[in-house]
Design a protein around this ligand. Structure first.
Ligand code: SIN
Length: 547
C-alpha cells in the first residue's frame, strides 16, 4: 500500500505556514477550540471543505445539558452511563455533565437562536434521557444554526486564520511529537507544511466507510487514520452507532436523518403490520436507547423479510410538526413524503463513530503535541453506545478543556518548532494506477454487507480477507484527494473489522449474531490499537534539521 503521507509531486516547492496552535476541522469542536485558543495564541484552522459542509452542520436533534428545573448533572450522568453499556469512563462523563451547562450557556451567547418560549429555553426529549434536556435551534436546524454562528464568530470576532478546502494528508511528527500537518489544497493542488507547537484534531467521523450514512461526503475518517499512522492509540472502532431512523428510500447521497426528537415528541415506530412493536421490547418503547431500538428494528425486519419499518407521526398536529421539524419536512418533501399524513419508511443507518483517538480528560492523545476533540476522539464518555445529543456537547466541553491545557503544554516546550526543517521523501508512482472510485465502491460494499449493523464471525473474517486483498492490489499513478481518502477509509474499515471480530459478545451498538449476549467477564474492556514504533509515520517523514 502506498504511504499516504509522502509528498506527491517532486520538484514543486512546499508552502509553509507557522502557528502556535493548528486546528484541523471546521465543525463545533474545531471552531470552539480555535476561537478560544485565539484569545491567547496564533491560531490557524484548516477545514477540508467549507464550514457548511460538516457533520455538525447536519445535526438535527440538539445539545443535551442539565439546564432544566427537574434535571441535574447527576441525572445526566446516570443516563449517559446507562446508555454506555458498561464501558463509559466515569471521570470523563463527570466532566461532560458538570461542565456542559456552562459551555452551552456560553454557546448561547454566540448563537442566540436557540428555541425559547416566553423567554424560557425549550427542552426536547430523546431516547434514553430520563427528562427533557435537549436544547435546539431553528427546530431541527440546530447544527446549521450553531455552525453558522460559530463560523461567523471565528471570521469576524477572532484572529483565527481560516483556510477552507485544505485536506490534511498527514501529521508531521518529530521525535514522537506532533508539530503540525501536511495539507493538500483542493483548489490549486498545492502542498503546505503547517508547522505548529500544538495540533488539535477535530476532523469528525468516518461514516463514508459504509457508503450509506447520515454523514456528509467529507466524513472519511481522515483524522483517526492519520493519528493512527503517526503512532497515536485508537480504540473501540467496533462501536459504530447506527441511527434507528435513516430515511429508507433509494437514491440519496447522504441519507436523510429523521431525527430522534420526533420520537421524543411522540412519534411511533410501526412494523409492516402496523403494530407499535417497541412496546413489546422495552418499557421505554420508542424512547429506549438507540442500540435497543436498532436491535428491535432488525428483529422485526428479519421476521418480515423487509429492509425497513415505519415512523408514524400522523397523530401529531400537522402545522406544529412542520414548524418544529422544518429540515425533516423539507428533506422528506424531496422524496414526495409528508410526515403529517404518511408513514415514513426508516431503517438503521451508519451515523456516529463512538471510538476514535484515545484522549484523557484534557483532550490529550498519546502523542505529545496532539490533542483531539469531538467525534474523532475517544474520551470515553460514550462507552459502547452514545446517548442522543451528547456529541455536540462533547465537542464543546472537551475543546474548552484542550484550550485550558495549552498553557501547560506550550509553556513546557523546550524549543521552537517554528524553526524545524522537513525533508519529505518523494512519492513513487505506478504507471497503471488503480481506479480509486471503483476501489472505494468495493470497500463500502464489503463494509455494508459484512461489517454492518448485525455481525457474524464468518462474515468478518471474509471482510478482512477482502479488505486485505483490496489494499494489496492498490497502485496509484498519482495521489490526490480520492486516493488519500481511500487510504484513510481502508485503514478505518480494516481496523473496524478487526475489532468487531475480536469482540465476541454483543454490547451497546456492537451486535454479534453469533455472540448475542453481553460477556462482562471477558469483554468489559476497550480494544485499543497502536502501531508499533517502526511502522509509525515519523519513519518516513525524513530528515529533520534545526536551523
Ligand atoms: C438526531 O437528531 O436524532 C441525532 C442526534 C444525535 O445523533 O445525537
Amino acid at each position: 500500500m502506498p504511504r499516504p503521507y509522502i509528498a506527491s509531486r517532486s520538484g514543486e516547492p512546499l508552502h509553509r505556514r507557522t502557528f502556535d496552535v493548528l486546528v484541523l476541522g471546521g465543525g463545533i469542536a474545531g471552531l470552539t477550540a480555535a476561537i478560544a485558543a485565539a484569545r491567547r495564541w496564533r491560531v490557524g484552522l484548516l477545514t477540508k471543505s467549507t464550514f457548511d459542509d460538516t457533520t455538525t452542520f447536519l445535526a438535527q436533534g440538539g445539545i443535551a445539558a442539565a439546564l432544566g428545573p427537574s434535571d441535574s448533572p447527576e441525572l445526566h450522568f446516570q443516563d449517559t452511563v446507562n446508555a454506555g453499556a458498561g464501558l463509559c469512563d466515569e471521570e470523563a462523563v463527570r466532566v461532560l455533565v458538570n461542565e456542559g451547562p456552562d459551555r452551552v450557556r456560553e454557546l448561547m451567547d454566540i448563537c442566540p437562536r436557540f428555541d425559547k418560549v416566553d423567554g424560557q429555553i425549550v427542552l426536547g426529549r430523546e431516547g434514553a434521557h430520563s427528562v427533557a434536556r435537549v436544547v435546539h435551534a431553528g427546530g431541527d436546524a440546530t447544527g446549521s444554526e450553531v455552525s453558522s454562528a460559530l463560523a461567523e464568530a471565528a471570521r469576524v470576532g477572532s484572529s483565527v486564520q481560516l483556510y477552507e478546502n485544505e485536506f490534511v494528508i498527514g501529521l508531521l511528527t518529530v521525535e514522537g511529537r506532533c508539530v503540525g500537518a501536511l495539507t493538500l489544497n483542493l483548489d490549486d493542488g498545492g502542498l503546505t507544511l503547517n508547522v505548529a507547537m500544538v495540533t488539535v484534531l477535530a476532523t469528525g467521523g468516518a461514516g463514508q466507510v459504509y457508503g450509506r450514512t447520515t454523514n456528509p461526503p467529507v466524513a472519511t475518517g481522515d483524522g483517526i487514520a492519520m493519528a493512527y499512522r503517526a503512532g497515536a492509540a485508537i480504540r473501540d472502532l467496533e462501536f459504530v452507532q447506527f441511527h434507528p431512523t435513516g430515511l429508507a428510500v433509494p437514491g440519496q447521497e447522504t441519507v436523510q436523518l429523521v431525527t430522534e426528537a420526533l420520537r421524543g415528541e411522540g412519534a411511533y415506530l410501526r412494523n409492516a403490520a402496523g403494530e407499535r412493536f417497541m412496546i413489546s421490547y422495552d418499557s421505554r418503547a420508542e424512547l429506549a436507547s438507540r442500540d435497543v431500538v436498532v436491535r428491535a428494528m432488525v428483529a422485526e425486519m428479519r421476521l418480515e423479510g423487509s429492509d425497513h419499518v415505519y415512523l408514524d407521526a400522523t397523530h401529531l398536529d400537522a402545522a406544529w410538526l412542520h414548524q418544529r421539524f422544518p429540515r425533516v419536512t423539507a428533506g422528506l418533501a424531496e422524496h414526495g413524503l409528508d410526515l403529517a399524513t404518511q408513514l415514513i419508511p426508516v431503517a438503521p443507518v451508519c451515523h456516529y463513530f463512538v471510538g476514535g483517538v484515545v484522549t484523557d480528560v484534557w483532550g490529550r492523545t498519546t502523542v505529545p503535541g496532539l490533542y483531539a476533540s469531538g467525534e474523532v476522539a475517544s474520551t470515553g464518555v460514550h462507552g459502547a453506545n452514545r446517548l442522543a445529543s451528547n456529541s455536540l456537547l462533547e465537542g464543546l466541553v472537551f475543546s474548552d478543556r484542550v484550550v485550558r491545557d495549552l498553557d501547560r503544554y506550550i509553556g513546557r516546550l523546550g524549543e521552537d518548532v517554528r524553526r524545524l526543517r522537513f525533508d519529505l521523501p518523494e512519492a513513487t508512482a505506478d504507471a497503471d494506477g488503480s481506479d480509486a472510485v471503483s476501489a472505494r465502491h468495493r470497500l463500502t460494499s464489503v463494509m455494508s454487507d459484512k461489517v454492518g449493523v448485525l455481525r457474524r464471525g464468518d462474515d468478518l473474517r471474509a471482510a478482512l480477507a477482502d479488505l486485505n486483498a483490496l489494499t494489496s492490489e492498490l497502485r496509484f499513478a498519482s495521489l490526490g484527494e480520492a486516493e488519500y481518502e481511500l487510504l484513510n477509509l481502508l485503514t478505518l474499515g480494516t481496523q473496524i473489522a478487526k475489532c468487531a471480530l475480536l469482540r465476541e459478545e454483543s454490547r451497546g451498538v456492537h451486535l454479534r449474531d453469533d455472540f448475542p449476549a453481553v460477556d462482562d467477564q471477558h469483554w468489559r474492556r476497550h480494544v485499543t490499537l497502536r502501531l508499533p514504533t517502526h511502522e509509525r509515520e515519523e519513519g518516513v517523514i525524513g530528515k529533520v534539521e534545526r536551523s
